[in-house]
Design a protein around this ligand. Structure first.
Ligand SMILES: CC(C)(COP(=O)(O)OP(=O)(O)OC[C@H]1O[C@@H](n2cnc3c(N)ncnc32)[C@H](O)[C@@H]1OP(=O)(O)O)[C@@H](O)C(=O)NCCC(=O)NCCS
Length: 177
């Protein structure tokens, strides 16, 4: 079966949490420790947290399903950002956050991320004027990918991973409808 991008279902949660745990370290800078990454995975990417995300009407979780194997996912979070640095920097409101965008390492460069991005932009709330995200300042591959999809750097923010405070760029783009 060809690649299918679809909303995550409750019975995807165990595989989704495994996918999230396998892909989160790929976005971390080289000096981020396995212990800090694991602390983040336990706190934010556990099956229990994904159960909550799927039940939250402000969130949309999409999965890339290839022959029954989950190979990537995104999560949108609608609403005003909780981070004051982000609120001060965004130019377009109402907004939605592309909070997660992850593809298994063996599937990079294969168009799966493009399909996920297209579906995520499509799934953004109808009233959103803009979409934003945070990306680690050392994550050049992701920055290039987001740049190709129209995101531009508008500011910086910090992101807690375990005991470390990482430096992110804030990227934003308009949602044309
Ligand atoms: C970010 C991600 C979803 C992008 O998907 P992808 O399939 O890798 O994206 P693409 O291959 O289409 O595009 C990546 C771009 O970076 C380039 N690239 C590849 N390796 C690179 C590197 N080491 N440094 C800089 N650029 C790099 C590619 O040539 C491509 O550029 P192009 O668009 O000009 O051709 C995917 O890489 C991923 O899941 N990464 C790990 C998790 C992650 O970092 N998520 C983002 C968190 S904010």
């Amino acid at each position: 079966m060809p690649l299918q991008v679809r909303p995550a279902q409750p019975d995807d949660v165990p595989a989704l949490a495994r996918l999230a745990a396998a892909t989160f370290p790929l976005a971390c800078p080289p000096d981020s420790t396995p212990a800090d990454q694991q602390a983040f995975i336990d706190a934010v990417l556990s099956p229990a947290r994904f159960d909550e995300y799927l039940a939250d009407p402000a969130r949309t979780v999409l999965v890339a399903d290839e022959d029954g194997e989950l190979v990537g996912y995104t999560m949108l979070v609608a609403g005003t950002p909780t981070d004051a640095d982000v609120r001060a920097t965004l130019r377009l409101t109402p907004t939605v956050e592309l909070s997660k965008c992850y593809v298994l390492a063996g599937h990079h460069g294969a168009g799966i991320s493009n399909a996920l991005m297209a579906a995520s932009l499509e799934a953004a709330p109808a009233d959103a004027a803009g979409i934003w995200l945070g990306v680690n300042q050392l994550n050049e591959r992701a920055q290039r990918f987001y740049g190709r999809h129209g995101f531009r750097r508008v500011g910086v923010k910090h992101f807690q991973v375990g005991d470390r405070l990482e430096d992110d760029y804030v990227l934003e783009r308009a949602l044309d409808r």
